[in-house]
Each structure stands twice: as structure tokens, then as C-alpha cells.
Design a protein around this ligand. Structure first.
Ligand SMILES: [Zn+2]
Length: 428
């Protein structure tokens, strides 16, 4: 059986309270030992990989991906491009599949992928099609509570939550009804409901449909249970954590105290200005989530799909190449520590999908899902889609990952190339 010894990296495993320079031994598809192992475990049959100066982390978990490729039109990306070839071993697809289309998701996406693929099942019958163009597909009549509960429970090995939208365009048209159905699905399955906040669909062009964005958050909170997830806290779009007056919504703190979780859901609406505001108010997200999709990454579009996205006015700038790891870099540039970030993409993410201790950990006996990253100090320029620039003083990049013991080098075409902040030397 193949043996690999990851030697002398900084091993961080929040689940087991480990943060030290040591070794990790892999045999076949399992982690068999963690500690100072070189003397006792090296040998001719062991592949020794020098990880000096590198981070050795539990296989990273992206809690917000869009990988129902082809079925969700231009939206869905290749799972392994976002996954193992970007240093990420587990992907949680957010709402691509529905009760109607989950069998296809399992057969054509989850089973063939090298990456581990999980689903937050859409609360809507159509799932995550090119929905931004067709809001009528997402009206309350297009959600079937019983069918969605049945599908989720019958596929509990991959369905780990429910995806819904609390969104300005939808609220203007139909009020709370769709969210109420999503909350029922969450209750009946005991699964977390992941709620997109911030505008997604275009506003209807009718005066009787006006809605106050700041009213959405409190109404939705009433429907949610502990463990449900508030997504996109750093969005530049109205209707989320930050009110129209520029201040954080007063109910955010209360919601977190009640046990609601926060996922960054980075995407293209991420705003450094909003993030700085929300972080300064003391909100530390539980999980990260990249929210990459076919409209915010520069990959060839399938023939005949829309050329642009109504909501992505800055298409192909700023974040058109990114990865879960680059979103970690971005959050560190805003002041979060590596020690705060690692749980967001490992142990906390595992907890969100109900797989604590099973994934997102380097526990002995666990499947060998491991991500190895470079970790450098310097100065790099980052820019969001509003044009705000920040300097990152720490750069992480995926080098390779092991998924169930099998090695994948980080060769994905959407990995960003770091931009040195001061190519001519530090400013005077
Ligand atoms: Zn998304």
C-alpha cells in the first residue's frame, strides 16, 4: 500500500487542537499518524514530501460553490477545477440541484468528480438555473416542500443543507412566502438553510412592488432556526448585513447569539468597505465559501449561453480569477488571523455539513484529505469589484492536495497570479 510522509510542515488541525511543525503519515487513503515521525516511519517504501515552510491543513472545504456544470447553463463550473486542482478537497454546491435534478447531479457531477462533492439542495423546483434572467421561475408556486424534503432525506449522503434566497427582487414580487417554504423544508429535514442576502434578481419595474431593503433581514430572521446560515455579510448589494444608512443592521448580533451562522460567500459582490465595517462591529464569519461561478470567473462560456449577467457589472475584473485560498488571503488582508481562518475552511465547515470529525480534520484513521499551501510574507495588491484596493502582507497559495490519499497538484486555470504591490520597491 502506498505510503506518503508529509515532512516538517506547519500542521494546523483545529478539530484536534494541533498547531505545530510536525509530520503527517498517509497509508493508502488514510491518515495513519501525526507527530515527529521521520525517524520511526521513513523508509525506502515511503514517499517523503518535504513541507518545510508550508502549511499542512485538513483538506479545505468550500462551503459555497457552483458546480452543476452544463445543467446550470453558464453558471456551473467544473468541480475539479474549483476543487482538487485548486487545493480544495470538498465542494458544497449551493442550490444548483433541486429535487427534480438531484439524480443528475449525483450521477454526472458528484460521482465522476475527484473532489468530494456535497449539495445544499435548492428550495426551488428548478434549482439554480440561469435564474437571474428568469425571476418568475422562483415564485412561491415553484417550490414544493414535500418533494424537496423527500429528495433531501433520500439522499442524505450528499444533501447536507437547503439553499434559499432572501432577496430584494423576489421580496418585491412575492414577499416572504418563498422563505417560509424554505424554512419548512429546513424544519422537516433538520438540515441547515443557507440564505443568500443581497439583491440577485432585477427589481420589477412597477411602483407597487417597492420594498425597503432594510426590512428583509428582520422578517427573514423570524423564520430561521439555530444553525441556519446567513450568507454574503460583506456584499455591496442592498438588503443584507449593512443598512441603507451605511451601518450594520442592529439585529445581526442578536441573530448570531441565537445560533445563526455566517458564511462569507465571497463571490463578485464582495466589498472590502462592507467587510471592514462588519468585521469592525465584531462579526467573525463561521465559514468562508468562495462563490465562484461562470459569470465571475474567466472561463469559456458554453455556446449560446448569455454573454453577461445583469448583476455582474464588473464582469472579468478584480476577482475573475480566484479560489478558496485566495479568499483566505483577502480576509487576512482585512485583519483576520490565519488561526481564525483555518477553522472556517476546515472544522467549522465540516460542522456546517454535519460531518464533524469525519472531514476537515487530520485525525488518525480519517480519510487522507489534506491541503498543502505555501505561506509567504511580502506585499501584494488586492482589488475588489468596487475598485477598492488593499495590501496583503501574507500570501497563501495552494501547492497540492491529497484527496483520499491521491495527489493533485494545484494547476487550475482560475488560480490567481499574485500581483506584487510595489514592483519598483516600497513607496517613500
Ligand atoms: Zn452563489
Amino acid at each position: 500500500m502506498k505510503k506518503i510522509l508529509l515532512h516538517s510542515g506547519r500542521v494546523i488541525d483545529p478539530e484536534n487542537s494541533i498547531d505545530c511543525v510536525c509530520d503527517v503519515m498517509i497509508q493508502g487513503n488514510q491518515i495513519t499518524a501525526v507527530g515527529s515521525l521521520l525517524e520511526s516511519h521513513a523508509g525506502p517504501e515511503v514517499e517523503l514530501i518535504n513541507c518545510t515552510g508550508k502549511l499542512v491543513l485538513p483538506g479545505l472545504i468550500d462551503t459555497h460553490s457552483h458546480i452543476y456544470q452544463y445543467v446550470s447553463g453558464r453558471f456551473g463550473l467544473s468541480a475539479d477545477m474549483c476543487g482538487v486542482y485548486s487545493g480544495v478537497t470538498t465542494l458544497v454546491d449551493q442550490g444548483g440541484a433541486s429535487c427534480i435534478t438531484l439524480p443528475g447531479f449525483r450521477k454526472f457531477i458528484a460521482e465522476p468528480a475527484e473532489s468530494r462533492v456535497l449539495s445544499f439542495l435548492s428550495a426551488y423546483l428548478v434549482g439554480g438555473l440561469e435564474g437571474h434572467f428568469y425571476p418568475e421561475l422562483y415564485r412561491p408556486a415553484c417550490s414544493d416542500v414535500d418533494a424537496t424534503v423527500k429528495s433531501a432525506l433520500a439522499n442524505s449522503d450528499i444533501v447536507k443543507g437547503i439553499k434559499a434566497h432572501a432577496e430584494l427582487g423576489g421580496f418585491a414580487r412575492w414577499g416572504l412566502d418563498v422563505m417560509a417554504k424554505a424554512a419548512q423544508i429546513g424544519e422537516q429535514t433538520s438540515l441547515p438553510v443557507y440564505i443568500h442576502f443581497g439583491q440577485l434578481w432585477p427589481m420589477p419595474d412597477k411602483p407597487e412592488y417597492q420594498v425597503d431593503p432594510d426590512n428583509i433581514f428582520p422578517q427573514v430572521l423570524e423564520l430561521l432556526k439555530p444553525g441556519d446560515v446567513l450568507a454574503h455579510p460583506f456584499s455591496r448589494h442592498p438588503g443584507g448585513f449593512v443598512e441603507q444608512n451605511g451601518e450594520m443592521h442592529p439585529l445581526v448580533g442578536e441573530a448570531i447569539e441565537r445560533g445563526l451562522k455566517v458564511d462569507v460567500g465571497y463571490g463578485s459582490h464582495f466589498s472590502y468597505k462592507m467587510a471592514a465595517k462588519v468585521l469592525a462591529a465584531g462579526v467573525v464569519p463561521d465559514t468562508l465559501g468562495s462563490d465562484m461561478h461562470g459569470y465571475n470567473t474567466n472561463v469559456p462560456a458554453p455556446a449560446g449561453t448569455p454573454d453577461e449577467h445583469p448583476d455582474e457589472e464588473h464582469l472579468f475584473t478584480g476577482t475573475s480569477r480566484f479560489s478558496l485560498v485566495s479568499t483566505m488571503v483577502s480576509m487576512m488582508a482585512l485583519g483576520l488571523s490565519l488561526e481564525q481562518l483555518v477553522p472556517m475552511v476546515t472544522s467549522n465547515a465540516a460542522k456546517l455539513v454535519g460531518m464533524s470529525g469525519e472531514i476537515g480534520t487530520l485525525g488518525v484513521g480519517r480519510e487522507a484529505d489534506i491541503s498543502v499551501l505555501s505561506d509567504e510574507e511580502g506585499a501584494w495588491l488586492l482589488r475588489d469589484n468596487e475598485g477598492t484596493e488593499v495590501i496583503a502582507h501574507r500570501m497563501l497559495q495552494p501547492i497540492f492536495c491529497l484527496r483520499a490519499g491521491k495527489r493533485f497538484d494545484a494547476t487550475s486555470q482560475i488560480l490567481p497570479v499574485p500581483c506584487v504591490a510595489y514592483p519598483e520597491g516600497l513607496p517613500a
